[in-house]
Write a new protein. Structure first.
Length: 552
């Protein structure tokens, strides 16, 4: 009898944690804004429920004491948002960039040379001087830099500096001697060597030609790769990025991720896309890996390159460059070669992500998707990375076969004047065409392409709905007809980016059953101006219900 009575009495609900007293904001799967005042998290680091703003607090009684929690945190009214997902970045490269010579803030060739000289003076024991971030367009140079520009400040040190877009490299004469590059060296397929007087290599190598010099540099040691990962992770967490699609994972990168995760040092979630099928096969065997380490790591796709980048005139165009009539860029594959690579990946169940920037490259990838879709049916989620310059008649094709446009809003604000010069006015209608992608039925996933751009989702979010840079330029926005709404941009950095990597059932929004990945920030992003949004400060970053980063 007593047992029967006890069974009828209210039993306190048991849950692990309550993140209480927040201004919680998320999007639901329909893209609608949901506000809440607390979040309940279970022992597995998943959301149990969001406590509605208007829910009346429970008054404990002897018969019904209410829910009990293992622990509770009072956030004192702070704003809580889902963590951002960077749909396209390069994790190890971001880490190495943070640990090497950074020229991304230089505004002229002379400023870059002074910074290089200072770096060499501070690091006299380094044989090779490695760095990145130069951009001759930003310098207003009107040409590529040369070895002759570098030689007076580099002395005997070989110097190798990647361009901001990572699709070109700048070498001094010592570096070219170390690499054995001479006037007789031929550019490989998919690459270009800039030439000077008498056909001598001038010092800049584009796309596949970069390997002519890079191969002479000793590869990083495993401990250096691990240090690069940890450096990158700290940068990402500080911006509120809780997951990132690593586009072009090498076997050495993968081994570093496994080492870090094995010792519990991997906090961020990495959705890995192998650099080519050989790496994918060596890691996954016959198909994608399972989710590992509590949904922190998975190799689910293969990254393929169709062309180069616009800034180095490696993007493959249908018509010649407006500012270089003799050049149309670099197509890396024949149609058959590209389809063979995509087919090989799809055959083993890997998702296919293809880098395509120029309109000719985008058309080639769209053709390949159409050709392969009869064979590889079902939910393939073909990805086109960047999709920067698309011919007007090709834009509607992005809505076919579930194709995802994985794009980077800050590329538009960084590249707009250069794009105008490279393309001329006729081809700008399909440039960075975010709204058209959605209108045509494609799915948008936003990222940064870090370290090409800073992995700053706040800057990308603001750029996406204003088409303006940090200075508010140009007035009214650059081709404002291609702006998306504030909520659409937010979704592309959260739920849309998760969907693009088959992770939408794991994380990306805050909802029951999802991983509790969230950030605490200093303002409501839906009520902030674009300039205020860019200034948002991330105070805490939580992954799987665990605080993994806090601003000091």
């Amino acid at each position: 009898m007593l047992a029967a009575v006890a069974a009828l009495l209210p039993v306190p609900a048991l849950a692990d944690a309550l993140i209480d007293n927040v201004q919680g904001i998320t999007l639901d799967r329909s893209g609608q804004v949901t506000r809440f005042k607390a979040i309940v998290i279970d022992k597995d680091g998943k959301v149990v429920r969001l406590v509605p703003v208007n829910e009346v607090p429970h008054k404990p009684t002897k018969k019904d004491p209410g829910p009990r929690y293992d622990w509770r945190t009072d956030m004192k009214g702070k704003v809580l948002l889902p963590g951002f997902i960077d749909a396209h970045g390069h994790v190890e490269q971001l880490g190495f960039a943070a640990m090497s010579l950074d020229l991304s803030d230089t505004k002229s060739l002379d400023e870059a040379k002074a910074k290089i000289a200072a770096y060499i003076a501070a690091n006299p024991d380094r044989k090779w001087i490695i760095g990145r971030g130069w951009n001759q367009e930003k310098w207003g140079l009107g040409r590529f830099p040369t070895a002759a520009d570098l030689d007076p400040v580099s002395g005997d040190h070989p110097v190798w500096l990647e361009r901001a877009d990572s699709h070109a490299g700048w070498a001094n004469s010592a570096a070219m001697r170390e690499a054995g590059v001479t006037v007789a060296t031929a550019a490989p397929a998919g690459g270009r060597i800039e030439k000077g007087a008498g056909g001598q290599p001038a010092g800049v190598f584009v796309d596949a030609a970069t390997q002519l010099v890079a191969k002479a540099i000793a590869p990083p040691l495993p401990k250096e790769r691990d240090a690069a990962f940890l450096a990158a992770q700290q940068v990402l967490l500080g911006y509120g990025v809780t997951a990132i699609a690593d586009m072009g994972t090498t076997l050495d990168d993968w081994l570093s991720y496994r080492r870090m995760a094995d010792i519990g040092a991997m906090r961020i979630r990495v959705m890995s896309y192998a650099r080519g099928m050989e790496t994918a096969s060596r890691v996954g065997g016959k198909g994608p890996t399972p989710w590992l380490y509590g949904d922190r790591l998975r190799m689910g796709g293969v990254k393929i390159y169709a062309d180069g980048a616009l800034g180095s005139r490696g993007a493959w165009l249908k018509a010649p460059y407006a500012d270089a009539p003799g050049q149309s860029g670099l197509g890396f594959n024949s149609d058959a070669q590209l389809q063979n690579q995509m087919s090989r990946a799809a055959m083993d169940g890997f998702q296919v992500a293809v880098h395509a920037i120029g309109d000719r490259a985008n058309a080639q990838v769209l053709d390949a998707i159409q050709a392969l879709s009869d064979t590889y049916t079902g939910d393939r989620r073909w990805r086109i990375e960047h999709a920067q310059i698309v011919a007007s008649d090709d834009l509607p094709r992005f809505g076919h076969f579930g194709t995802i446009a994985s794009m980077q809003p800050t590329h538009q604000t960084s590249d707009r004047t250069m794009a105008e010069a490279r393309l001329g006015p006729e081809r700008l209608a399909g440039a960075y065409a975010w709204k058209s992608m959605l209108a045509n039925g494609s799915k948008l996933a936003f990222g940064s392409d870090t370290p090409v751009e800073r992995p700053d989702p706040w800057a990308g979010w603001a750029a996406a709905f204003t088409r303006q840079d940090a200075d508010g330029q140009p007035y009214g926005g650059w081709h404002p007809e291609e702006a998306v709404t504030r909520e659409q941009a937010w979704w592309a950095y959260t739920g849309g980016a998760a969907y693009a990597a088959f992770a939408e059932n794991k994380f990306g929004i805050l909802a029951p059953g999802q991983r509790a990945d969230f950030i605490i920030v200093d303002r409501d992003p839906l009520n902030a101006s674009a300039s205020e949004l860019r200034k948002t400060v991330v105070e805490q970053t939580w992954i799987g219900g665990e605080k993994v980063w806090e601003r000091k």
